[in-house]
Write a protein that binds this ligand. Structure first.
Ligand code: AMP
Length: 111
């Protein structure tokens, strides 16, 4: 499958990894739109929130709790969590991911 995030998960291409466990990986965004811009990605390939199945709903909880953990480590007192959903929602990479944005943020509507 020609998916950038699958390649990162499978260590076929490098990334700046912030956190990793059995189900989730978190990496620094290659083109940060905030002082801290981290992508939290489930290892299971799911295209987007639209294609997410009820049986996989735990994945969303894992993403959010991973974001909480990372934000705490980075000492963020507040932050934004954003899902872009499909092309019309600004999603460029067709592998579900959660944006964690902290510090000075460029334009949150353009993430
Ligand atoms: P989205 O528009 O929600 O699909 O966001 C995809 C994000 O992935 C963008 O913010 C990109 O800058 C980021 N991105 C693309 N390729 C890479 C990569 N190889 N490593 C880290 N971040 C990436």
């Amino acid at each position: 499958m020609n998916c950038v995030f699958c390649k990162i998960i499978n260590k076929k291409i490098p990334a700046n990894i912030v956190y990793e466990d059995k189900k989730t990986i978190a990496i620094y965004d290659i083109k940060p739109k905030a002082e801290i811009h981290i992508l939290i990605i489930p290892k299971k390939h799911i295209k987007s929130i639209i294609t997410l199945k009820e049986k996989d709903k735990e994945i969303i909880t894992n993403l959010i709790f991973t974001a909480k953990k990372i934000a705490k480590e980075k000492k963020l007192k507040g932050y934004k969590l954003i899902f872009n959903v499909e092309k019309k929602g600004g999603q460029i990479i067709s592998h579900l991911h959660l944006h964690l944005l902290g510090g000075k943020i460029e334009n949150p509507l353009n993430i």
